[in-house]
Design a protein around this ligand. Sequence first.
Ligand SMILES: Nc1ncnc2c1ncn2[C@@H]1O[C@H](COP(=O)(O)OP(=O)(O)OP(=O)(O)O)[C@@H](O)[C@H]1O
Ligand SMILES: [Mg+2]
Length: 306
Amino acid sequence: MPLAGFFSASLGPTTFALPAHAMKFHGTKNYVATQDLMLSVNAAITLQRPLLVKGEPGTGKTMLAEEVAAALDMPLLQWHIKSTTKAQQGLYEYDAVSRLRDSQLSDIDGGERVKDIQNYIVKGVLWQAFTADKPVALLIDEIDKADIEFPNDLLREIDRMEFYCYETRELIKAKHRPLVFITSNNEKELPDAFLRRCFFHYIKFPDATTMQSIVDVHFPGLKKELVSAAMKTFFDVRNLPGLKKKPSTSELLDWLKLLMAEDIPAEALQSKDDKMAVPPLVGALLKNEQDTTLFEKLMFMQRHNR
Ligand SMILES: Nc1ncnc2c1ncn2[C@@H]1O[C@H](COP(=O)(O)OP(=O)(O)OP(=O)(O)O)[C@@H](O)[C@H]1O
Ligand SMILES: [Mg+2]
């Protein structure tokens, strides 16, 4: 059943300027999107709700927003969240310090600038997204880094696509509903009221075929033998029981880049009896000493058939 038409899209006064069915995401030449991911992106577009994307680090959450924006020809506004970020910063900030300073230097514009409070309102990404002349994509990256109140503080803005600026006494209302992407690494639980307003997608770790396509996108001319040997080692490493941090897509890509730069042949990745060997430049895949020790121990036991 086509998604457009199935869901009601009457979520407030503003809509995308283009009809939802005209804005379909089909992946890009730089980004490998699985069917279910494409379906989720298009469902979020149809529903006009933010797409909440979770998944292991390095599985393409941030890049998804960049690529969807590029594919749909929308400018992308990015808001990278830190532990100290407050929701208000995404709306606007009143720069009282500059205003006080300017008031003491009254020769600036003969004091005209200080009189107008508008000059001291610093617009946040939501303000910029709401007032943009064409529909934009908005990425709220790593929302789980902020404190627990952060998502709750954005509920109304995300729902109604408007907020009030008390200093200038104006209601900032979205001209066009932005296409919102929210990413999370699951460091904190998100409140239910916030989840209710989103469409959710978990980017599953790519299977071997998808990973092969991702590698092809990044390194189209790479020798087949090297890719398959590297992929085998990579998935063997990932499947080691007890690993603290499994290597991700971006780490495989880094490792391949290094293997190419150092001109390492496929044979160097696997021992002759097809058992696992400690791969060269393993530091691209394993990122802490416990995992390296565990890996070396397992290799040792395998070699001695224990
Ligand atoms: N599906 C994909 N197609 C193409 N490249 C991909 C894909 N997934 C991941 N990559 C590669 O992995 C890199 C990391 O992706 P990205 O930064 O989007 O991950 P992330 O999920 O946001 O990670 P983190 O949670 O650490 O922020 C990208 O720059 C890209 O090179
Ligand atoms: Mg990211």
